[in-house]
Write a new protein. Sequence first.
Length: 238
Amino acid sequence: MNRLKKLLISQIVLAGGLATMYALPRTYEIRESAILMSLPSFVGEWHGKPIEVSEQEEESLADDTAHEKKWYSRFTPGKLGEFDIVHAFIVLSGDDMNNSIHRPERCHTAQGYTIEQRGEVEIDIGQGRILKVMRLLSSRGVQGSTRRISNVTYYWFTGSETVTNGHYERTWVDMRDRLLTGTNQRWAYVTVAAEFGEGRGEGIAVHSEAETDEILQDFTRKLFDRIHKPVALVGLKE
């Protein structure tokens, strides 16, 4: 009797699940991301120059994604004749949101980095807002040498009205919106990164890991409002 009861319950659950699938809309209204697909030429004292996306990065992205990448430089405060470098990268999903956007770790690995640490960092971006970014600490080898160069990367996702650093949270928002509103939002991810340590090139200032975090957080504060539309964004703690 118990076996028959369990079988009956499982059949009811299965039927309910199939009914829900048929209730979902077949097409979804696209809600555009709140990101601005244009990295500015200047971010405070930082001067940006466009750079091409590498072949490895290109291969890790879907064909219908849009992207923009720049490297920014400034004269190092308090160090005559030395300068700092930060890279910024925006990727915007195409029409197939299931395949065209992913965690930036994939691009990071494609560039030859080995990820050594991963965790969340909170950045005060002003006006009572806290941006929670995902932080990656990684390193890459130097061709013809046993030496390795270290890197700190911050990233976050921006939807039509939601900012998050979590891949699974982003997926949950998509599922909720499709089910409840019949909409599908276009997501972008933003990364800002800087290498640190010695041996990175003549004139490039040598910084510690902690100093690199300070540089990236200051850069992110200055960049955020320059690349986001002036809309209310959920996920920025008041």
